[in-house]
Write a protein that binds this ligand. Structure first.
Ligand SMILES: Nc1ncnc2c1ncn2[C@@H]1O[C@H](COP(=O)(O)OP(=O)(O)OP(=O)(O)O)[C@@H](O)[C@H]1O
Ligand SMILES: [Mg+2]
Length: 293
């Protein structure tokens, strides 16, 4: 990418940021209610049955150990589902199965009501609109915030078109919106390596958002964050709810309390309990697995 192209892109983004600041664009999150007002609409994923993700009786064993054991779970479009559970419960393995990294021994995994995810490879599943965030931030440290987001757009293309990649105006608008959403509008030119841990996590979420995922899987997104960063991440997730479907795995219960509607408790590879955080925390079986380890 040449400096002048970068300049042009940055100028378009700046113009969009100014419009946003003047109230002409989308506004920041209005919290829970506003989050639900823009429901997911997708032309490719058939959500007419009210489910964007559907797992039934999924099992996988590693060397005879059942890490996932007849797991059944579904998620509605626009929902923000929290997944909790003790270490080794199978939370990350479940995400590995959804994203095609691990193949289950048996069971059904559908994206919407027509896409059988078990028939697709990991890259195909990403292309279908399932974005995944691992615990460790994986941004390009040498590149600026802007360049990282721009690169996320071109990542699905071949090397030649990546080299000559140029944002069109809709993409510049999208980039400005994402910068705003991830609280990095003031750091657009900052080298990613100089961001705080929390900011790197937001940037990586921004890179996923640039690819317009329909479903986002986030594994321990606030691990290692300061209290302030955790609070801002909660705001960010609440602003994504409704526009995207999210599955969030976390051990931080105060974070879960802030963002959750329905919480699913995994234990020994299957669902132990499901309900509001208060409901599952009052469940004797849940208390036992947390206290027992
Ligand atoms: N590739 C693998 N090979 C062998 N065992 C594995 C593999 N992946 C996961 N496991 C085992 O499966 C179980 C579930 O692991 P998983 O990482 O999914 O748990 P988790 O709920 O994400 O735990 P944590 O909260 O500690 O991240 C663990 O006992 C783990 O050791
Ligand atoms: Mg894990």
């Amino acid at each position: 990418m040449t400096p002048d192209l970068l300049d042009q892109g940055a100028r378009r983004v700046e113009a969009r940021m100014a419009a946003l600041a003047a109230g002409k664009g989308n506004t920041e999150s209005g919290g829970r209610a506003a989050g639900f007002s823009r429901l997911v609409t997708s032309s490719d994923v058939d959500v007419t049955h009210g489910r964007i993700l559907y797992l039934e009786d999924v099992s996988v064993s590693f060397d005879g150990f059942k890490a996932i054991n007849k797991l059944s779970l579904d998620i509605a479009p626009g929902e923000l589902r929290c997944i909790i559970g003790p270490n080794g419960a199978g939370k990350t393995t479940m995400m590995d199965i959804i994203t095609g990294k691990t193949r289950p021994d048996e069971g059904t995994v559908y994206f919407g009501s027509t896409i059988n995810l078990l028939r697709h490879t990991e890259p195909e599943i990403a292309q279908l609109g399932i974005g995944r965030k691992f615990q460790k931030p994986t941004v390009f440290e040498q590149l600026s915030v802007f360049e990282n987001l721009e690169l996320a757009l071109s990542m699905h293309k071949d090397v030649r078109s990546s080299l000559f990649y140029r944002l069109d105006s809709a993409q510049s608008d999208q980039l400005a919106d994402v910068l705003h959403t991830i609280h990095l509008a003031d750091s657009v030119g900052v080298q990613a390596g100089n961001l705080s841990h929390g900011q790197k996590q937001w940037l990586e979420i921004g890179m996923l958002l640039m690819q317009k995922p329909k479903l986002l899987l986030l594994d321990e997104p606030v691990a290692g964050m300061t209290d302030d960063e955790t609070e801002r991440t909660a705001e960010l997730f609440l602003s994504l709810k409704g526009k995207h479907s999210l599955m969030v795995v976390e051990h931080d219960m105060s974070f879960i309390r802030t963002i959750s509607d329905i919480v699913t408790v995994l234990c020994d590879g299957s669902v132990l309990a499901q309900g509001t955080l208060d409901q599952v925390q009052a469940d004797e079986r849940v208390i036992e697995v947390y206290l027992g380890r």
